[in-house]
Each structure stands twice: as structure tokens, then as C-alpha cells.
Design a protein around this ligand. Structure first.
Ligand code: NOJ
Length: 581
């Protein structure tokens, strides 16, 4: 059936002053129906929109400048209205916060700065009552150096069972004064620290306050199964698995071949990354999760190379999803997006897993700012932030592209992620002064790597309130730029063409047209900068070029990423959804 253009909704409707009421829809998210119709419980995550809450920066209930779990609970209605299916919470466990909570002292305790276990239970109960699933972060590659196990290890002699929970080795050189091998930390400098007064060193692929666990030790495996059960018993719907590609290291810990300019373990290949032995661990976890009622899921944070190895993590007896970082790193180019979409769909189909679509998270420059840069350069890589001395993004261009990208991303079959603030079009804080920066990456590299603080700024909720309504005081653990006022939730609530309103419409239509469960078929656009595809009844057209092109023929326009001045042309950096009816 040809696409026609008759009924106008969204920004076109708004621009014409028509009522949007019919479009706001129900306040709370419905459960996404899984694609799986077999006897096993349906995997709700196959088509889910999953919203990442970074608890430190989401909402602060007590005014200490750090977000917390009661803050999350208080904002659940906002997430319900947005229309997300699930929330992934970054770590809120007891931690000295050397890496913003990815350094865990006790996996079963809520850090007092985030609240209490009862606050977690309350949040979970309320989320479930609204039909929102909750997945929590599991950090199995390393603990905090303040974890009781590591403290016991330091007090115990070399060769003791306490030390065997971590990776201790004698140093090289006459007195063990040199590290056991040449591995660098992902955060800069050596991946080893020496135990004071000893020949022994311990491995930390990240900060020195994050000692790596020894996953060849059955005690470590048994402990993590118990941690999984602890949270499953409380009712969580799944886990995001941190550094899923790092748990197993090659026996003997051989030196690596360090190429110039790659003096960073983040190079993705090497004896510490993506070893086949990790999969046995995930297969055992799958069994644990499947022994619980409902469908509990796992999503892998796995940076792998070659990229087809990502499929190993999402085989039917392992995890349900893996973050699609290739998509996140795509440059603003139609051909590049088409290639990554085709590749991602084929890869996940090869193991019958859903594809995920990710455009921002707490480790990477926000899409709004990334795509406002003249040259993307290395800024798509985690930690490669934009600092005050870097070339600055064009904020308006970045926002325009990010809105078009949201319409592309959410129209793709599979599961899509939203990083808190993305739905506001929030930019990175690119001019954050060095004195405020807390990311260990910035600190260990002495500013050589700008790090990730710029994407972790506390959210603006109210334009005219202290801390932009982040909390009841004017305190925020990182300063908010003045420009955040215009992205505040209350401002966007009252602006007809705000990014928040766009996202609500995108998510509602995505559900209505079952885009997450759909199938993509490309349509030749005849233009090098324009991508066109059909997913069920929806035709998606995105113009990634700067120049306008003739408006796509046929179909009913239901949504556009920008208000359209006329219906003859599709402007540059703009996306539209059309339907057949
Ligand atoms: C990946 C997490 O996303 C990141 O924030 C953290 O620093 C490292 N893993 C180490 O846990």
C-alpha cells in the first residue's frame, strides 16, 4: 500500500495549534509483551525501552547534593509518563565511591548516601505497581579495596586462601620492585599496585581501589551466585553485568604488546579481555535466573574485538542482551548508520537474541554533544570527554541531530536504551573546570583523558529552583551549567515542541505500532544522506545531510523530530515517521 500524507500529528499538529490531548496517552507504562510464545515466560526485554538511572545524579531527596533511592521513587511517575518499560539502576551499594559506586564494599548493602535497603524495596514495589521493571548493576570483575575480602587478603600472607580471592603476584626485579607484568589500567598508569613492604602486587584493571577478583577461585563464583539470589529474592527483574568481558584472564598473565598510542588496557584485545572462559560463568548464572519465577534478564557490558564475538554473550543459555556500543560510536553518516544497523540485526539474529540500541550512557559523551562536533574523533570512546579546551560542540546542531537520532533508534526492532536526561536533549557539561572533576580516569591520567564527569551532571527538574530542582538544597556533587535551566523538566513540560514531549510521543507510537517487535526493510531513498525503511505500518525517513530534500512521497505523517515549516521539504538533520493509513 502506498504511503500517503493526510493526517498530521506531533510537531506539525502543535505548530498548527491543534490539541495534543489525544496524544499524551496513559500515564503509566504498560507491560511490554514478549515475542516468545513458548511455554517459558516471555522475555519482556526483547522489545523493551530501558531507562538508565545514574542514582547519584537523578534526584536528591535529602539535600546532600547526591541523588538517592527515595529520589528515584519520587520520580517514578515521571518515568511512567515517559513510557519506559524498565529502569536500569547504576550501583547504589556500599562503596567509598572511588569510581562512583563501581567499587563495591558490600554487594548486599545500600550505601547510606543512597538510602537504606527498605528504600530499595519501596522503590521496587512502586515501580512494579506501575508496570516498570527494575534491573540492577552487578559489578563482578572487581570489588572495592575496602571490601572485607580485600582487607583480609592484605592482612594474610602470600599464598593464603584470603589472597587467592584476588590476583596477587610477586613483582619482578631483585626485591619485587617491578610490577608482575606490563598491563596498563583502563584508567591510566599501571594495572598493579604493590602491597606496602612486600614483594607482592595486586591486579586492578581499573582504579587501584578496584582490585580484580580471581574468577578461577570457586569461592568467588559461589559468593556471586549468592549475591544474585539476594537481589532476585527481593524481586529484581535482572542485572546489567559490568565489565562482562573481563572476568577471566589468560593463565600466567603474559605481557602484552603495547603499541604506541594504545598504552591503555581499553584496547579491547589482550589476555585480560573476552576470554572464552567467561561464558561458563554466564551459563551458570542463567540457570540461577531461570530458577526464579517470571523472566529475569541479564545485559552484558562487553567491549569486544572482533565485534562478532559479542554474539557469544547472548547465546540462548547466556545473557539476554548486550549493549550495542558500535551503534553508539557511529559517526553522523547515512551509510555508516545503515551498515551498523544491518550488522547489528544480523549478529543478534544469528543467536536469536534481540538487538539493542544505545546512544548515550554514563561513560560516554552525550549524543547531543557528540553529534554537535565538527569531527567526532575519539569522542565516541568511553572516557574521552570534551573539556573546556577541546573544540566545543554546536549545541543547537547536536540537539537537532539527537532528536532525529531518537526517532531512528526507537523505530528499530529490539530493545532501546535511554540515558537519564537524554529525553530532555540534555547536553554534556563541556566546560567543567578541572577542580570539580572526580572521575578516576581524569585523576590517574592527570587530565590527559578528560573523563566522564561531563555526562554525569545532576539532572535539572525545575528551571527556577536551587540546584534546578535536583534536590531541596542548592548542593550538587558536580556543578550544573547555567544552560541547564532551559532543559529543566518543568520548562519542557510547558513547551509544545520540547524534546521531552517528543520522546513521550516516540515511546507511545513505538508501543502502538509495536516497533520493538517489528522487522526492518530498507527502501531505496535515492539520496545518499537519506535513510528510509519500513517497520510494520511505519515508514521511517531520516535526512542526515545538511540540505533539505523533497518530502517523502505518500503516507500519513505522524511524527517529526522538528516542527516542519511546510510539507514539501524534509529539512536536514530531521526524521519523520509516516504510516500507511
Ligand atoms: C564500566 C562502567 O560502566 C564504568 O562506569 C566503570 O568505571 C567501569 N566499568 C569499571 O567498573
Amino acid at each position: 500500500m502506498p504511503f500517503r500524507r493526510k493526517l498530521l500529528r506531533s510537531f506539525v499538529v502543535a505548530a498548527m495549534g491543534l490539541s495534543m490531548a489525544s496524544f499524551q496517552g496513559n500515564a503509566f507504562a504498560e507491560q511490554a509483551a514478549g515475542a516468545d510464545s513458548s511455554a517459558k515466560p516471555a522475555d519482556w526485554s526483547r522489545n523493551a525501552v530501558i531507562y538508565q538511572v545514574y542514582p547519584r545524579s537523578f534526584a536528591d531527596s535529602d539535600g546532600d547534593g547526591i541523588g538517592d533511592l527515595p529520589g528515584v521513587t519520587s520520580r517514578l511517575p515521571y518515568l511512567g509518563k515517559l513510557g519506559v518499560d524498565a529502569v536500569w539502576l547504576s550501583p547504589f551499594y556500599k562503596s567509598p565511591q572511588a569510581d562512583a559506586g563501581y567499587d563495591v564494599t558490600d554487594y548486599r548493602v545500600v550505601d547510606p548516601m543512597f538510602g537504606k535497603l527498605e528504600d530499595f524495596d519501596e522503590m521496587l514495589k512502586k515501580a512494579h505497581a506501575m508496570g516498570i521493571k527494575i534491573i540492577v548493576d552487578l559489578v563482578p570483575n572487581h570489588t572495592s579495596d575496602e571490601h572485607v575480602w580485600f582487607q583480609e587478603a592484605l592482612k594474610s600472607p602470600p599464598g593464603s586462601p584470603e589472597r587467592a580471592r584476588y590476583i596477587f603476584r610477586d613483582g619482578k626485579g631483585k626485591d619485587g620492585e617491578l610490577p608482575p607484568n606490563n598491563w596498563p589500567s583502563v584508567f591510566g598508569k599501571a594495572a598493579w599496585d604493590r602491597v606496602p613492604g612486600e614483594k607482592q602486587w595486586y591486579l586492578h584493571l581499573f582504579d587501584s581501589k578496584q582490585p580484580d577478583l580471581n574468577w578461577d577461585n570457586p569461592e568467588v563464583r559461589a559468593e556471586f551466585e549468592k549475591v544474585l539470589r539476594f537481589w532476585l529474592d527481593r524481586g529484581v527483574d535482572g542485572f546489567r553485568v559490568d565489565v562482562a568481558h573481563g572476568l577471566i584472564k589468560v593463565q600466567g598473565l603474559p605481557d602484552i604488546d603495547i603499541k604506541e598510542g594504545q598504552e591503555n588496557a581499553g584496547a579491547l584485545v589482550g589476555p585480560m579481555w573476552d576470554q572464552d572462559g567467561v561464558h561458563e560463568i554466564y551459563r551458570s548464572w542463567r540457570k540461577v535466573l531461570d530458577s526464579y519465577p517470571g523472566k529475569r534478564i541479564m545485559v552484558a557490558e562487553a567491549w569486544v574485538n572482533p565485534k562478532e564475538r559479542l554474539a557469544h554473550y547472548i547465546r540462548p543459555d547466556e545473557m539476554n542482551q548486550a549493549f550495542n556500543f558500535d551503534y553508539l560510536m557511529t559517526k553522523w553518516d547515512a551509510k555508516a548508520f545503515k551498515e551498523v544497523i544491518d550488522y547489528s540485526l544480523a549478529l543478534s539474529a544469528s543467536v536469536n537474541a534481540p538487538t539493542t540500541w544505545v546512544t548515550s550512557n554514563h561513560d560516554t559523551v552525550r549524543a547531543t554533544s557528540r553529534y554537535g562536533l565538527k569531527e567526532l574523533g575519539a569522542h565516541a570512546l568511553p572516557g574521552n570527554g570534551i573539556g573546556p579546551k577541546s573544540p566545543q560542540p554546536d549545541e543547537a546542531l547536536g540537539l537537532r541531530r539527537a532528536r532525529a537520532l531518537a526517532m531512528l533508534t526507537m523505530a528499530l526492532p529490539g530493545s532501546s536504551y535511554i540515558y537519564q536526561g537524554e529525553e530532555l536533549g540534555l547536553p554534556e557539561h563541556t566546560t567543567l573546570e578541572a577542580k570539580y572533576r572526580q572521575d578516576p580516569m581524569f585523576i590517574r591520567t592527570k587530565g590527559g583523558e578528560i573523563g566522564r564527569d561531563g555526562c554525569r551532571i545532576p539532572l535539572p527538574w525545575k528551571a527556577d529552583a536551587p540546584s534546578f530542582g535536583f534536590g531541596p538544597s542548592n548542593k550538587t556533587w558536580l556543578p550544573q551549567p547555567a544552560s541547564y535551566a532551559k532543559y529543566a523538566v518543568d520548562r519542557e513540560e510547558s513547551a509544545p515542541d520540547s524534546t521531552l514531549k517528543l520522546y513521550r510521543q516516540i515511546l507511545e507510537l513505538r508501543r502502538e505500532y509495536k516497533l520493538g517487535d517489528g522487522k526492518l526493510s530498507w527502501v531505496d531513498s535515492g539520496k545518499k544522506d537519506v535513510l528510509t525503511f519500513d517497520n510494520g505500518d511505519v515508514r521511517v525517513v531520516i535526512n542526515l545531510g545538511e540540505q533539505s530534500v523533497p518530502f517523502p512521497a505518500g503516507g500519513t505523517l505522524v511524527l517529526s523530530s522538528e516542527p516542519l515549516k511546510d510539507q514539501d521539504t524534509l529539512p536536514g538533520n530531521t526524521a519523520v515517521w509516516l504510516t500507511r493509513s
